[in-house]
Design a binder for this molecule. Structure first.
Ligand code: PLP
Length: 417
């Protein structure tokens, strides 16, 4: 996130109320209070244009894609492939066929683990991750390690919540067969130096997979500028539908990978003596895809690209600064993750009140936050914690909502005195 609150004050072009009006789910009461949705890192809300695009698709254009000669199938195919093109533009892929549809980030990482890595590694080889990975960027590699005898190695994280880059560098070597790292941490908010990580990994001929689940909603992602080899993200965190996501991979790597799932669509020829595979990207897309999901994701990305993204980033930076300042005023509240370069996520623990109790009390006040381990158990264990409370902010949140969060926290404190 490049813009600072000062830059935001200088530009000040974002009309947050007008933007909020586009998100139907935000305008409701929860437990007698206006909803304050501070859980966008888990899943963002969607603007009406996304909901409408999905409904329109089902109302007018639905049929199965690719194999039909009739008009509806042609329309569905065009919409589906136009969505792929939209994704390619969104991440600046060199070619549209480098974009593979998946169910989400998790499935994208599993695809790389099983199709790229598994055939290439064995005992003595290592996969390098960091302590701050989401379970979906840990467990798929553990499965490959069990299958091949390779080893998973994790680079440490500093107290502030940054990757210890000196340690990371020391862990790299000829044995490193892949580096997998998140672009933005869901538990801490840290924005990681991915371009530098890629540079270091490539010096050891190790390809890099970037888990972009938390970056896609906040940063302008450019896979060519990052220099990475694989990039994964999920539709539902970037204002799109659930059940759809993306794996982007370098064409040369994708071409060399065998299919992962077998079925219709991914084949060129099938006989009982054997089968041959379709070209990219279809080789990795067995079965009927989530067509409406792709259409909805394209609508979400189009919506996002039509916004002033510098103003959005500045607004989020302002929310982060306001929340950090406001929450720091509470005695006994500790923010977990204080890296200087952060996305709009604030994780915290508050005296010895259990995070789930905080979450439940806040829900009574209409404030939705996430509590728990955030699928980052190894990271929280490092901080000596089982759970944190996490408020995550999106473009549709306001400073006033953060003040309501603070008021609800003050109430929680009185209940636990
Ligand atoms: N990686 C990170 C950093 C995440 O925050 C998440 C979801 O919270 C995932 C991966 C998994 O995403 P999905 O469940 O959409 O596959």
């Amino acid at each position: 996130m490049s813009a600072t609150p000062e830059q935001f004050a200088a530009t000040g072009t974002l009309d947050v109320e007008a933007l909020r009006a586009e998100f139907p789910a935000l305008h409701q009461e929860i437990n007698g209070h206006p909803l304050i949705y501070l859980d966008s890192a888990a899943s963002a809300q969607r603007p009406a244009v996304v909901i409408d695009a999905i409904a329109d698709y089902y109302r007018h254009d639905h049929a199965n894609v690719h194999r039909g000669v009739h008009t509806l199938s042609d329309r569905a195919t065009r919409a589906f492939e136009a969505a792929r093109e939209r994704v390619a533009g969104f991440i600046n892929a060199a070619a549209t066929h480098e974009v593979i549809w998946t169910r989400g980030t998790t499935e994208a990482i599993n695809l790389v683990a099983q199709s790229h890595l598994r055939p290439r590694i064995g005992p003595g080889d290592e996969i390098l991750v960091t302590w701050m990975e989401h379970h979906s960027n840990i467990v798929p590699w553990q499965l490959v390690c069990e299958q091949t005898g390779a080893r998973l190695v994790a680079a440490p994280v500093t107290d502030a919540g940054e990757i210890d880059m000196a340690a990371f560098e020391r862990l790299l070597g000829p044995q490193t067969r892949l580096v997998a790292v998140n672009h933005v941490s869901n538990a801490l908010g840290t924005i990681n130096p991915v371009a530098r990580i890629v540079e270091l990994a490539h010096a050891h001929d190790a390809p890099v997979l970037v888990d972009g689940a938390q970056a896609a909603p906040h940063l302008q992602v450019d896979v060519q500028a990052l220099g990475c080899d694989f990039y994964a993200f999920s539709g539902h965190k970037v204002f799109g539908p659930t059940g759809i996501g993306v794996l982007w991979g370098r064409e040369t790597l994708l071409d060399a990978m065998p299919p992962w799932h077998g079925g219709g669509e991914m084949i060129r020829e099938v006989s009982f003596d054997g089968s041959t595979w379709n070209e990219l990207p279809f080789k990795f897309e067995a079965g009927t895809p989530h067509i409406a999901g792709a259409v909805g994701l394209a609508a979400a990305l189009e919506w996002l690209e039509h916004q002033d993204r510098t103003a959005l980033a500045a607004h989020e930076a302002d929310l982060l600064a306001h929340a950090t300042h406001t929450l720091s005023e509470f005695e006994g509240l500790r923010i977990v993750g204080t890296a200087p370069h952060k996305a709009s996520v604030v994780s915290f623990v508050f005296n010895d009140i259990h995070a789930h109790d905080i979450g439940t009390i806040l829900d009574h006040e209409g404030v939705a936050i996430r509590t728990g381990h955030h699928c980052t158990m190894p990271l929280l264990r490092h901080y000596g914690l089982a759970a944190t409370a996490r408020a995550s902010f999106s473009v549709y949140n306001t400073r006033a909502e953060i003040d309501r969060l603070a008021a609800a926290l003050a109430k929680a404190l009185t209940l636990f005195r």
